[in-house]
Write a protein that binds this ligand. Structure first.
Ligand code: G6P
Length: 610
């Protein structure tokens, strides 16, 4: 999703801005641009459609420089990806700005500004803000005041970085619903939508809070809250290393991240279990007292993280803990009944997903007992706004399609289910068994990765298909959903997951020799029922791809059945292990199809707009 970088320094900031944009590439975008105020006080702007590399090439032909500048990667919302719609947007030669998020009342403002004589060059909601600030600047003669007045008129979730021709020593930034951070240098300051963009130039950051507007110069900055009062925000030092993760021997980040899973799963367990038992201190100070009061759990997330939540519901309910799971974009606009004793659990790789954040804020406003974030980014908004935190330790995930973040989320959720299960139906013996199975997980995932070559061969059967059905039951239904999502995200093959028991209620009508049907079949109480469901597929000539536990005795007559043996794996960790071959399948199909595996079209890694 859109990325912002800005800088005010004594040196030319263009290389800093460009490097910042490169570091934000993983978020997903379709065009990029940069604007500077040069030493002759001219606003200069270069924009390009496509990758940051295209912008870099454009800049090589048409170099610009300046000690004050802003830059942006755009993920199109209003108006197609084009140079005209790319940021920075300008108003005359006076104001340039970059914007993340959505301005909901842009139509009214556009009509009003058009009436005042402003001419629009793009279809974006952003350009409205540039003209509005320019208009206020005319009236108030001060950039900060102009931004404050303009922001007061904007409805929506956004962050902004603004510069103007007449104030070469000023960069103004605003945050309302979309993340923005100030990076502190020596005699220079920066802004970005993600600390990672700025790590080559600083490790010290101040996170803007909702409604904050920052007035930034080379030597310092002042932050004003939504009421215009000057406020202090805490300074944080990032523990992240500046190094951009490299792909090592792998062709894509996604493959590298799939193969990192044994390590990051072990990291996520590290220090959290001892002597065959879970250490509750991993949830933070005071967690045990809060967990004692939990009567039910609301799990809320988006995309892949939502699938992790779906698995967790089975785990929690099995241990007697009432749990509901919902996508954040629905939860936030329902009127969820938050009964006494409700723990709100958010799951998010980035910790910046707009809907998940809004759902958390809504649940807090409705008086949930407490909130727990399961997240991979320590400095994220979700972590900062949640009472309890259980970090996944997946390391930076670059591939847009989430892999290691998902499996570490499952590990974290398994720990949560043990913590809450203890207070319900979980016995000491069973806890010890679950913990020992968790400890075996890195080796089990390693074994699943050894299937890579077999899966690469299987992928050939999918590369020319337009549709695929994924089936599973119980926790594996959620695993099938995640497998189908991976395939559609990166190979663009239409894939849908069904609970295998639902097959005969509709999707069976789709089954013919051109529709591959993939089923995940662990060794558990539901396996016989799944096998019966699969007979229905075979009877209709469907080509079957069965990922079955190695301990199961399954046979299907005739051709058209591809059997991949996984494990044997105990049921409590099977969702993690069975996910791995599905990730590999999606990866190899995408490679065969020649898609952009790490940055699939139209998708974003961090979805900071609703
Ligand atoms: C985007 C990403 C997905 C991710 C989802 C939720 O759609 O492409 O990979 O699952 O957002 O993101 P989160 O950061 O909240 O887990």
């Amino acid at each position: 999703m859109c990325g912002i970088v800005g800088a005010i320094a004594e040196r030319n900031v263009v290389p800093i801005l460009l490097e910042g944009l490169r570091r934000l590439e993983y978020r997903g975008y379709d065009s990029a641009g940069v604007a500077t105020l040069d030493d002759a006080r001219h606003l200069q702007r270069v924009r390009a459609v496509g990758k940051v590399q295209a912008l870099a090439e454009q800049l090589a032909e048409q170099p610009i420089a300046g000690r004050l500048g802003i830059a942006h990667t755009r993920w199109a919302t209003h108006g197609a990806p084009s140079v005209r719609n790319a940021h920075p947007h300008v108003s005359g030669n006076e104001v340039a700005l970059v914007h993340n998020g959505i301005i909901e009342n842009y139509k009214e403002l556009r009509a009003e500004l058009t009436e005042l004589g402003y001419v629009f060059e793009s279809e974006t909601d952003t350009e409205v803000v540039a003209h509005l600030i320019a208009h206020q600047l005319e009236r108030e003669g001060d950039l900060l005041a102009a931004v404050q007045s303009a922001v007061a008129r904007l409805i929506g979730a956004f962050s902004l970085g603004v510069i103007c021709r007449r104030e070469p020593g000023r960069l103004v930034a605003a945050r309302q619903g979309s993340p923005l951070v100030i990076g502190i240098g020596i005699g220079e300051h920066f802004i970005a939508s993600d600390v990672f963009a700025l790590l080559p130039v600083t490790q010290s950051f101040v996170f803007l809070e909702e409604g904050d507007i920052a007035d930034i110069s080379r030597s310092g900055f002042t932050i004003f809250d939504h009421s215009g009062r000057a406020v202090q925000r805490p300074q944080a030092v990032s523990a992240q290393s500046a190094g951009v993760a490299d792909k090592g021997p792998y062709r894509h980040y996604m493959l590298k991240e799939i193969f990192e899973q044994p390590t990051v799963i072990a990291d996520t367990l590290e220090g959290r279990i001892h002597d065959g038992r879970l250490l509750e201190s991993c949830f933070g100070v005071g967690a045990s007292a809060l967990l004692d009061q939990v009567r039910q759990v609301h799990i809320v997330a988006c995309g892949t993280s939502y699938h992790a939540g779906l698995v967790a519901r089975y785990w929690l309910e099995e241990l007697g803990v009432p749990a509901s799971v919902e996508v954040a974009s629905e939860y936030r606009y329902r009127d969820p009944v938050i009964a006494p004793g409700t723990l709100f659990v958010s799951i998010s790789q980035s910790g910046e997903t707009a809907d998940t954040l809004a759902a958390l804020r809504g649940a807090k406003a409705r008086g949930c007992l407490g909130s727990l974030a399961i997240c991979n980014v320590p400095e994220s908004s979700l972590v900062r706004e949640s009472g309890l935190v259980l970090m996944t330790r997946a390391g930076r995930e670059i591939g847009v399609a989430s892999t290691k973040a998902f499996t570490t989320q499952l590990v974290a959720l398994r720990l949560l289910s043990i913590a809450l299960g203890r207070r319900h139906a979980l016995t000491l013996e069973r806890e010890q068994l679950l913990v020992s199975e968790l400890t075996a997980l890195p080796a089990q995932v390693e074994a699943a990765l050894a299937l890579n070559k077999d899966i690469e061969r299987l992928a050939e059967a999918f590369a020319d298909k337009h549709h695929a059905l994924f089936l599973g039951r119980g926790t594996q239904y959620a695993v099938a959903m995640e497998g189908a999502l991976k395939l559609k995200e990166i190979s663009y093959i239409h894939a849908e997951a069904y609970a295998a028991g639902e097959l005969k209620h509709g999707p069976l009508a789709l089954v013919d020799p051109t529709m591959p049907v993939l089923c995940v079949l662990p060794d558990n109480a539901l396996q016989e029922k799944v096998v019966s469901n699969l007979q229905e597929v075979r009877a209709r000539g469907g080509e079957l791809f069965l990922f079955a536990d190695a301990g199961l005795d399954v046979h299907f007559e005739g051709s058209g059945v591809h059997l991949l043996r996984v494990g044997p794996v105990s049921d409590s960790i099977a969702p993690v292990v069975f996910t791995v071959p599905l990730q590999l399948l999606a990866y190899h199909v995408a490679v065969l199809k020649g898609t952009d595996v790490d940055q699939p079209r139209n998708l974003a890694k961090s979805v900071t707009v609703e």
